[in-house]
Ligand binder design. Structure first.
Ligand SMILES: [Zn+2]
Length: 213
């Protein structure tokens, strides 16, 4: 396996358009913390212009410089890991617009990799605090909350009604673990009992109530 493919395998990057050179891993600091920077390049020949749609024949769309992005990756070893990705810029002769190469490892205008987002969601189901997840995934607590909110949205099929007044309680169950219950405050009916108290599980539960109420 080539050096580039070994690094991609290590980082779980499948995009064939990203390549790594030898000696692409550098030690550094970010916001005063030690970290690892991995330098990569993203380039390809576009089939068409993403702005006007013209087919790319005879260099209608040509390569025109690069743009550097810092993308947060899952931690490798003990320090935060960032991909410094040199993204190819393209210029279209037909519409005179320029655009940047895309990669599925990160959403447009976002600097947190999809793998980190997936990691946040997995950890949020383990009753870990927002700050602890944020630290483990090298992102801010606000970013963690945003990912949880976005994941929870997938569980909203349609709006019906939860009881007007809800109350919540926590109690100890097996092995001293805490469980969470949601209750209709007027009737006293228990709506749900959860063996976890994390944000994502509670939101999922409430959205399921909306679905089946
Ligand atoms: Zn164009």
């Amino acid at each position: 396996m080539s050096c580039s493919n070994s690094i991609k395998s290590l980082l779980d990057i499948q995009d064939v358009n990203i390549i790594f050179d030898e000696n692409c891993v550098k030690e550094g600091t970010y916001k005063g913390k030690r970290c690892k920077y991995i330098l990569g390049k993203l380039t390809y020949t576009p089939t068409h212009c993403v702005k006007c749609g013209v087919k790319n024949t005879d260099f209608t769309v040509y390569k025109n410089g690069t743009q550097l992005s810092r993308i947060t990756l899952p931690i490798t070893g003990i320090n935060p890991t960032y991909l410094l990705l040199q993204k190819q810029r393209f210029m279209c002769q037909s519409c005179q617009s320029s655009f940047t190469a895309k990669t599925p490892i990160v959403q447009r205008n976002c600097f947190i990799s999809q793998n980190v987002k997936a990691q946040v969601i997995l950890k949020s189901a383990e009753a870990q605090s927002l700050t602890s997840i944020a630290r483990d995934c090298s992102v801010s607590p606000a970013s963690v909350q945003r990912q949880i909110n976005q994941a929870a949205k997938q569980f909203i099929p349609h709006y019906k009604a939860l009881p007007k007044h809800l109350s919540f309680d926590e109690f100890k169950y097996a092995k001293g673990e805490m469980a969470f219950e949601s209750i209709n405050a007027e009737s006293g009916d228990i709506l749900d009992i959860l063996d976890r108290r994390d944000n994502l599980t509670i939101k999922k539960s409430l959205y399921c109530e909306l679905q089946f109420d």
